[in-house]
Design a protein around this ligand. Structure first.
Ligand code: ADP
Ligand code: MG
Length: 344
């Protein structure tokens, strides 16, 4: 199938160039304010209310490993990571659809467990599950979730709105989900070597939760509104801080400078990374799955947020020619590298 003289491997493009290649010639024909290229698409209605839509697919063996990922947690996480994209538009999620492909290894009880997690997330985030699709698969489980949200046109925040000298802010802390993933992988290897060994997970609750039960930052949209701040650009941290910085910078046609010492890292993350001999900063930059919100604010808004415990100011936007930089703890300036997940 598809045999012809020239064949290009998808791996030679990578995820982002593949998406760009497939979507670069789209002409928008309807009331679409924003199509491909942000955390969610934006559809405008009469009166200025907008619908925002985002979709994500999770594939067993690629995005999750059921040997240590409980199905209930998987259901919960599948919903929250989609809601995160809606919050990243400064919008409120309202509905989800859930589509599943199941192989015969799954029992009814197993799928019920998955849905327990899905419904728990819908309860906690006040979301309606309004549809989906169910089909079989040859191997394993695939989950596809679409989240639908709402915002007023003037409240929506895109990746592209940042200006030079604006301040880069991130909620919460970073690198924890990756540390949790490394811990689970380590304990899986121990178990495979010796099935009688008990997993050694004590003291690591925080990073395990960050990996197995991430929350979307539904509070940030309201906190910022109450502080009187509208971010000028925003994205959620799904691939890692570095990759998200590249997205904000490139879509705003700017450069960006990060300060390593300002990057918020929880002590549990820090200590576990050190135990594994991984640089904790690298966990934050390239780990991903933290589902925090990364955004830029005007300098005049700094005083409203600088002492707020939920936020850290970690850098600023520069002109395009200044490139992507990180000032290390020792004061050296490095080129920022985005080593996001290569899915192919
Ligand atoms: P996120 O990490 O925020 O979920 P992605 O990196 O997955 O975003 O996707 C980037 C953009 O490309 C989004 O606007 C998404 O809707 C779009 N996109 C991804 N895959 C496809 C595809 N196969 N066809 C059309 N648009 C796509
Ligand atoms: Mg996103």
């Amino acid at each position: 199938m598809f045999e012809n003289a020239s064949r290009t491997e998808i791996s030679s493009l990578g995820e982002f160039r593949l998406i760009d290649h497939l979507t670069k010639n789209i002409t928008l024909r309807n009331n679409t304010l924003k199509g491909v290229g942000d955390d969610a698409a934006v559809i405008e209605h009469e009166g200025g209310t907008c619908t925002v839509v985002s979709t994500d697919m999770l594939v067993e063996g690629v995005h999750f490993d059921l040997s240590y990922f409980p199905l209930k947690h998987l259901g919960y996480k599948a919903i929250t990571v989609n809601l995160s994209d809606i919050y990243a538009m400064n919008a409120k999620p309202k509905q989800v659809t859930v589509s599943i492909a199941l192989s015969s290894k799954f029992s009814l009880e197993a799928v019920e467990e998955l849905y327990e997690g899905i419904y728990l997330a819908c309860d906690r985030y006040h979301i309606d599950l309004v549809g989906g699709d169910t089909t079989t698969s040859k191997h394993g489980l695939t989950l596809s979730i679409t989240a639908i949200g709402e915002a007023q046109k003037e409240d929506i925040v895109y990746r592209s709105g940042a200006k030079a000298n604006e301040i880069l802010v991130v909620s919460g802390d970073l690198g924890g989900a990756y540390a949790g993933y490394q811990l689970l992988e380590r304990e899986k290897r121990v178990y495979l070597d010796n099935p009688n060994a008990q997993p050694d997970l004590s003291g690591f609750d925080y990073i395990l939760e960050r990996q197995l039960k991430p929350e979307a930052r539904k509070d940030v949209v309201d906190i910022l509104k109450n502080l009187g701040i509208k971010p000028t650009s925003m994205i959620d941290v799904s691939d890692g801080l570095a990759s998200e910085c590249f997205h904000l910078a490139s879509q705003s046609a700017l450069g960006i400078t990060l300060y390593e010492e300002k990057i918020p890292i929880d002590p549990t993350t820090y200590n576990f990374a050190r135990e594994l001999d991984i640089d904790p900063t690298l966990c934050a930059l390239s780990g991903g799955e933290d589902y925090e919100l990364l955004f830029t604010i005007k300098q005049e808004d700094v005083s409203k947020i600088e002492f707020h415990p939920d936020f850290s100011m970690i850098g600023h936007m520069t002109d395009l020619a200044s490139g992507h930089k990180m000032v290390s703890k020792s004061g050296n300036v490095h080129d920022l590298k985005a080593q996001g997940w290569t899915a192919f």
